[in-house]
Design a protein around this ligand. Structure first.
Ligand code: ADP
Length: 189
């Protein structure tokens, strides 16, 4: 199956890598690593998590259960890696973002950590391309523009710290409005 043609996309070269924002579905991405906006249980949920398990099939959940049995829950700001089942990727990195509680409870640091730990798991697996959904901005209610600023700043910091690691870092917006915000933040930074 060939990759979805994006309705909309925008990109910037950062060092030797491409920072790209697209309008699309996270489960349709052809990349080395797809990032899942998981919850601490690692046992599935709604939103991105539900779509990844539905599309990727039972092997992903089985691998999550094994991690859960070995190390317990995944705390906010942490990330773990599994195979990607039937998704068009080598691995899924499952990260847990913070629940938004008004912004004074460490949410920005936890969100930054969710992105940087995801990059770390992907690098350890030798990934050169990675696609992220907008972590924490659905059920966890993190304000979208603030979350987008954290996401893109963390990606730029990652590409500066590890200039040879990634060829492409892709952010997948799920609505036209979300895409516009990504585009504004990408072009403004
Ligand atoms: P969280 O629990 O971290 O908030 P959610 O999965 O509820 O995670 O939502 C995170 C973001 O992903 C939201 O902005 C939501 O609109 C978006 N989203 C939901 N489903 C998909 C999908 N299939 N592909 C890409 N983005 C999605």
């Amino acid at each position: 199956m060939s990759e979805t043609q994006y309705e909309r996309e925008s990109s910037r070269e950062v060092g030797g890598a491409t920072l790209r924002v697209v309008l699309g579905n996270i489960v349709g991405q052809h990349v080395d690593v797809i990032v899942n906006a998981a919850n601490s249980s690692l046992l599935g949920g709604g939103g991105v998590d539900g779509a990844i398990h539905r599309t990727g099939g039972p092997d992903i959940l089985e691998a999550c259960r094994a991690i859960r049995a070995r190390q317990g829950k995944c705390a906010p700001g942490q990330a773990v890696i599994t195979p990607a089942g039937r998704l068009h990727a080598e691995h899924v990195v499952h990260t847990v973002g913070p629940v938004w509680r008004g912004g004074e409870s460490g949410e920005p640091d936890l969100l930054r950590s969710a992105y940087s730990e995801s990059f770390a798991r992907a690098r350890e697996a030798g990934a050169r391309t990675i696609a992220f959904p907008s972590i924490s901005t659905g059920a966890y209610r993190y304000p979208f523009r603030d979350a987008t600023e954290v996401a893109l700043a963390t990606a730029r910091a990652e590409l500066a710290a590890h200039p040879d690691a990634f060829d492409e870092v892709r952010f997948v917006a799920f609505s036209a409005r979300d895409f516009m915000i990504y585009q504004e933040v990408l072009e403004g930074t």
